[in-house]
Design a protein around this ligand. Structure first.
Ligand code: SF4
Length: 169
């Protein structure tokens, strides 16, 4: 599963309130010219099957709830990439009456891609960085569930008293 996730991560694109400039650049990445699918990526519309969340635009008050919902629906491990200065800091929309701010005001962010609009090469670079983070997060999760001691069996049943202390080592 780990190998497949690294070779074929599924991405989800969400517009939290952008002017569509960065969205067009993301779509350009999927075109044959930049061809992000050579990294095995597929743009999917289902958060429950996605590994990488690409977000454009500042978080508006209306989109905040949906963004949090999408983020919580994605399975662990997951990586969040902010595309463009609006997603990173609020950009030109910062401190407007209907804007909450950058994405990191609402959910944790792993990669920031600068630019207004961010160029396709920068987005691809950010997504490749996200792949490395995704691999590291996968390793951390696997490490957390490994037990340093084998569980003891007593009378045909697993003795769970010895197990919690050895988690996270
Ligand atoms: S960073 Fe620039 S192009 Fe991207 S959403 Fe903001 S204003 Fe539009």
């Amino acid at each position: 599963m780990k190998r497949f996730r690294k070779k074929s991560p599924w991405i989800l694109h969400y517009n939290a309130g952008s002017c569509n400039g960065c969205d067009i650049e993301i779509l350009a990445c999927l075109s044959p010219k930049y061809d992000v699918e050579r990294f095995g990526m597929i743009n999917t519309g289902n958060p429950k099957q996605s590994d990488i969340l690409l977000i454009t635009g500042p978080v508006t008050k209306r989109s905040r709830e949906r963004l949090v919902e999408i983020y919580t629906q994605m399975p662990e491990p997951k990586v969040v990439v902010c595309c463009g200065s609006c997603a990173s800091t609020g950009g030109v929309f910062r401190e407007m009456y209907n804007v909450e701010g950058g994405v990191d005001q609402v959910i944790p962010v792993d990669v920031y891609v600068p630019g207004c609009a961010c160029r396709p090469e920068q987005i691809i670079d950010g997504v490749v960085k996200a792949l490395a983070i995704l691999e590291q997060k996968t390793k951390n999760i696997e490490k957390a569930v490994k037990f340093s001691n084998d569980p003891i069996e007593e009378d045909g049943q697993v003795n769970r008293r010895v197990m919690p202390a050895s988690i996270n080592k």
